[in-house]
Design a protein around this ligand. Structure first.
Ligand SMILES: Cc1cc2nc3c(=O)[nH]c(=O)nc-3n(C[C@H](O)[C@H](O)[C@H](O)COP(=O)(O)OP(=O)(O)OC[C@H]3O[C@@H](n4cnc5c(N)ncnc54)[C@H](O)[C@@H]3O)c2cc1C
Length: 390
């Protein structure tokens, strides 16, 4: 593992910093993990995405031939680190940008690339992910929404759930069963469906944080044109698996956690909790884990730099950071003593309840993008070669 940066990489870091100084207003900056709020203002997220797109940052890793900058893994990691330090807010179309755009750039038709790529990246068109159903989450291949062929397109019926941001999204990349007679994984299609049509109803689900970021989507004879099918109508599973490959939290998360540890240590000092042996141990343990995670990220970065593609060991990364964050957030609550039990909205809550909000949000992290149990199954079977469980 070589941790030194070349003069070109240092110059790139300066470029990122200068751009952030000029384009990220102070009032948009948020704290580390504890301060992350999914429901931050939509208008800020929209404008932030537009600025990042125009600055060329959303296609940093894309090949130059596709309008990207062809950044090396080290440059991407420098960008993530500087972004985490600056506290950049989320972007409005994060699922479209991080999952669908890379998918379309590989598997999309020329028409789809022409029609959607620039609009997804600029935030002009926001896409939600429509995979999960009430009885199909971990077992996604059990999905039941149906797509039936009609002249010029497909008619869709069924229900989706947990679709993040669907209430403000224009479209969804959505999975539906096209051939019920085929084996579960084979008869599925991926559709780029217009959510604003009469056959679609989107209902936000209120979570324990009090906000409603994810939604149910009800499909009643909704229509999708043939040209909005990604891949062939029975290749939806392959498309879905490809998007999961993009859904990894690596070094970008490591820098967020580094920042969260600094904030946790500051909180501990401010609360005067550092003299308590148990609290000290827990804060120190959180710092050790964040350090281990960063070191693992750097090792993976070295591998990526050598052209090695991450395989099932990506599950180790997802499992580690999501479980680590839950512990970190619990420690932040413990540091507050009795104040930790207050409603975030209470006038007496510490730091406007942002750690309570962070704790509630962290509960979701071991569920989305593959739950901890599913990650452990993958590690057991594909990394350790243990027999498949029942
Ligand atoms: C914050 C958040 C955002 C999300 N956003 C989206 C989105 O935008 N679009 C979308 O389509 N979906 C989204 N999801 C849904 C997410 O993908 C599912 O919640 C996830 O796949 C788990 O599925 P499930 O909720 O149906 O739980 P289930 O699959 O029913 O699992 C229930 C429990 O059983 C365990 N379990 C299941 N199968 C096994 C097994 N084989 N071995 C051992 N244990 C098992 C699980 O680990 C879990 O603890 C989101 C979820 C969250 C929390």
């Amino acid at each position: 593992m070589d941790l030194s940066f070349t003069p070109e990489e240092e110059a790139f870091r300066q470029e990122v910093r200068s751009w952030l100084d000029a384009n990220l207003p102070e009032e948009w900056r948020h704290g580390g993990v504890g301060g992350y709020r999914e429901d931050e203002e939509e208008s800020i997220q929209r404008e932030w995405q537009r600025r990042l797109y125009e600055g060329g940052w959303l296609t940093l890793a894309w090949p130059k031939e596709q309008g990207g900058r062809g950044a090396t893994p080290v440059m991407q990691s420098i960008y993530s680190e500087e972004m985490a330090k600056a506290g950049g807010p989320p972007i409005i179309g994060r699922l479209g940008v991080s999952l669908l755009a890379p998918l379309l750039s590989v598997f999309g038709t020329d028409w789809q690339k022409e029609q959607y790529l620039a609009k997804i990246l600029s935030g002009e068109l926001v896409f939600a992910q429509g995979f999960s159903e009430p009885d199909a989450g971990s077992d996604l291949a059990g999905l039941k929404s149906r797509a039936v062929k009609k002249d010029g397109g497909w008619v869709l019926n069924g229900q989706k759930t947990w679709s993040s941001g669907a209430h403000y999204s224009d479209r969804s990349f959505l999975l539906a069963r096209t051939d019920p007679a085929a084996p579960a994984h084979k008869g599925i299609g991926m559709f780029l469906i217009d959510l604003k049509q009469p056959g679609v109803e989107v209902r936000p689900i209120i979570q324990m944080t009090g906000s409603g970021e994810f939604c149910e989507i009800f499909l009643t004879d909704a229509f999708v044109e043939d040209r909005d099918v990604v891949g062939s109508p029975t290749e939806g599973w392959k498309m879905a698996m490809a998007t999961f490959g993009f859904e990894r939290g690596g070094l970008a998360n490591a820098y967020r956690f580094q920042r969260a540890i600094d904030e946790l240590a500051n909180l501990t000092r401010r609360q005067g909790a550092g003299a308590d042996d148990t609290v000290r141990q827990r804060v120190a343990q959180a710092a050790i884990e964040a350090h281990v995670f960063r070191a693992t990220g750097l090792r993976n970065l070295t591998r990526a730099q050598q052209g090695q593609v991450p395989g099932p060991e990506a599950s180790l990364v997802k499992l580690f950071w999501s479980e680590m964050d839950k512990k970190l957030q619990e420690t932040a609550i413990a540091v507050q003593g009795m104040y930790g039990a207050l409603d975030p909205e209470s006038p007496w809550s510490v730091e406007e309840g942002r750690w309570q909000y962070g704790w509630m949000w962290s509960q979701a992290e071991t569920i989305y993008a593959g739950s901890s149990e599913i990650q452990r199954n993958i590690i057991a079977e594909r990394v350790l070669g243990l027999p498949r469980g029942r």
